[in-house]
Write a protein that binds this ligand. Sequence first.
Ligand code: BJW
Length: 236
Amino acid sequence: MKSPVGRLVILTGAGISAESGLGTFRDRDGLWTRHDLSKVATPEGFAEDPARVHAFYNARRANARAAAPNAAHLALAALERRWSGDFLIVTQNVDDLHERAGSRNVLHMHGVLEGALCAGCGHRWPASAVMAADDPCPACAAPRTRPDIVWFGEYPYQMERIWQALRAADLFVAIGTSGTVYPAAAFAQDAARAGAECLELNAEASAVASDFHALRIGPATRLVPEWVAEWRDGPG
Ligand code: BJW
């Protein structure tokens, strides 16, 4: 049994929410097999056809609202409650299943489905169930509403905080991510260089599996609770 102390950074990707019924991107039946990513996940695609992009995210928001956290999200929240030390989840996911499972320290580096962003003035506000580009911004009234999502070519959120945490980490764990989208795909290399032990939990080896010290293959709802159970009960 290991003691739940030290500085832990966990990176999650679409695979952790797959068993909650939310689609991944690059698996055989993933979102990018049914949608052209250049049309729905780039600023250029949004400029060309904002209604198509809103339809894509409105549908995903509805799916996320109907989904529930699974055993993997719940196990991470339970581990955080008894962890003494720094505990940070960096998620590429735009759903809120970590928060609904009870996790407290969560950074959404690719944005959130539940957020709206004014492409004019940068004001942010909670998303309505169905958003449209001509919804007026509550701050400046411009009809330039977009989802608060980080698209290809845009700078992910909270990068300074994330790199700081990776540099300080004792342990870095990536769960359910293909390791094909940067900068997240480089986090294991960043953390390992700074001295962290790196573990990958995934349904199949990621594109950057060789950057990790260890790899466990299986579904997140089995692997994550098993890994969490290896940590002795802490004070909390
Ligand atoms: C299970 C499971 C189960 C299934 N249990 N596991 C050329 C070279 C290098 C980089 C670039 C390049 N050209 C352009 C770039 C940069 C670009 C990039 O990386 N492109 C690549 C395609 C090459 N990146 C960007 O543009 C980013 N910004 C940027 O780089 O800014 C400049 C910068 C530079 C340096 C430092 C800092 C900044 C922005 C990226 C934005 C990504 N946006 C998306 C869509 C928006 C969000 C949304 O709509 O949800 O984010 S793309 C999509 O991919 C989404 C995801 O968050 C992201 C990662 O996907 P993820 O989570 O890994 O999902 P999958 O489907 O790929 O994998 C699922 C995994 O789960 C698989 O491994 C399965 O096996 C596993 N799995 N079931 C456990 N039950």
